[in-house]
Ligand binder design. Structure first.
Ligand code: KO2
Ligand code: CA
Ligand code: CA
Length: 399
């Protein structure tokens, strides 16, 4: 299914429905236009969320209860007093300095607040949970939360092979000529350096960066990368700088796994790369390879996958797989080989991500897309990947 339906359905509705505003009231005096309802006029001393009519039920409770963010009630304590709550933290609203100085909500604020509340009505740990628990089936951005309660926004692919895919990372090559320089977050931004065998260490740490809308324009990693317990991955290669609504039409390759391979590797890539460190000199080519998992194509096939890489590369891999933590002739690891299973040891030409030390021709093979341009930038000759591959970001989803 195309990405046309990127945004949840309710957002298609007329504005006044979303916001709970009533069109016929807009002729009324200013405080009515601002989204106040008549029955609440006498209650204008109440905290803002009451005035705005945002909370139809259980108006005594704080917003995070309504939003379902906190399953259990918090025990009251003097240090948890919030604006609009009594000293107990849950009594009737009391006047506080914060509300006295807060200006009344305008129409615009009310609309945005309602949209936000609609969005936080369903918060889950993964897109799969959103789909299964709440029957959400539109592709788009949703809030997710981690085991520790970190709230973040992620893109959900609810269409491919049954949906429920959470975008957790993108590997983007901003400058193939920069060798472990700025933007090489999935290898090293600190130069090719034998003293930094893990480089930036991104594959096995909890650093997050980027944003979903910029996933095709810069590297991206969210908390789902290490928080979600998943079984399979899906990968899209999408033309750099493509807009989210165009991601499927601007992709050159899309596939997913169906073997539940992550289950036996800790449930996500953060755990898998603890087992298979992306670190210089932890093993030798082929002998110490991580899992090579067969793929099912959603766009493309084995032949055009092979052709995304150079002719020399094609001689030393088998298409139809995704392979994790491979090691090249010089003991430099790559994190993943998208679409292929290596049989040879020049993996730097068709695998991405790595540590901080690529000895051959140093520093020429160091970087997120390693040595994709070894035989010329985007030439698709010798060891070089195609221009399409070189200029597409790798988006990886969990399910
Ligand atoms: C080449 O010409 C070359 O590249 C090899 C690299 C590729 O990763 O290891 C060797 O350096 C070789 O000596 C030579 O430089 O070989 C199949 C021939 C390519 O690019
Ligand atoms: Ca990068
Ligand atoms: Ca080589």
């Amino acid at each position: 299914m195309p990405l046309a339906g990127l945004r949840p359905q309710q957002q298609q509705q007329p504005i006044y429905h979303q916001a709970g505003l009533r069109p016929q009231r807009q002729q009324q005096p200013i405080h009515h236009q601002a989204g106040l309802r008549p029955q609440q006029e006498q209650q204008q001393q109440q905290p803002i969320h009451h005035q705005a009519g945002l909370r139809p039920q259980r108006q005594q409770q704080p917003i995070h209860h309504q939003a379902g963010l906190r399953p259990q009630r918090r025990s009251s304590s003097p240090s948890t007093i919030r604006p609009g709550l009594g000293p107990s933290g849950r009594g009737p609203p009391a006047t506080s300095a914060a509300e006295i100085h807060t200006p009344p909500l305008g129409l615009h604020d009310n609309l945005e607040a309602q949209k936000l509340l609609d969005k936080v009505r369903h918060v889950a740990r993964s897109c799969k949970e959103l789909k299964e628990k709440y029957n959400i089936h539109n592709d788009g951005l949703y809030y997710l939360t981690t085991t520790r309660g970190i709230l973040y926004e992620a893109f959900c692919d609810m269409s491919t092979a049954g949906g429920g895919w959470t975008l957790v990372l993108s590997v983007h090559e901003n400058n193939l000529y920069g060798k472990c320089t700025l933007g090489d977050r999935w290898s090293s931004q600190q130069g090719n350096n034998p003293n930094l065998p893990e480089g930036d260490g991104t594959w096995s740490n909890k650093v997050t960066f980027g944003s979903p809308e910029a996933a095709t324009s810069d590297d991206y990693k969210n908390s789902g990368y290490f928080d979600i317990t998943a079984k399979d991955v899906s990968v899209w290669h999408v033309r750099n700088n493509a807009e989210m609504k165009d991601w499927t039409s601007m992709s050159i390759l899309r596939y997913h796994t169906e073997t539940s391979f992550l289950t036996s590797h800790g449930g996500n890539l953060y755990q898998l790369f603890k087992q298979y460190p992306v670190r210089f000199n932890v093993g030798v080519c082929n002998t110490n390879k991580g899992p090579a998992v067969p793929i099912v194509y959603d766009f493309g096939n084995a032949v055009n996958t092979a052709n995304l890489y150079g002719p020399y590369s094609r001689n030393e891999f088998t298409p139809g797989f995704i392979t994790f933590r491979v090691i090249n002739n010089e003991k430099a690891p790559s994190a993943l080989c998208s679409g292929v299973s290596p049989t040879g040891c020049n993996t730097e030409h068709y695998c991405v991500g790595g540590g901080g030390n690529f000895p051959e021709g140093a520093p020429l093979q160091c970087g997120d897309f390693a040595a994709f341009g070894w035989s010329g930038y985007g030439t698709n000759q010798g060891w070089s990947a195609s221009l399409d591959m070189t200029e597409s970001a790798l988006l990886l989803f969990y399910r």
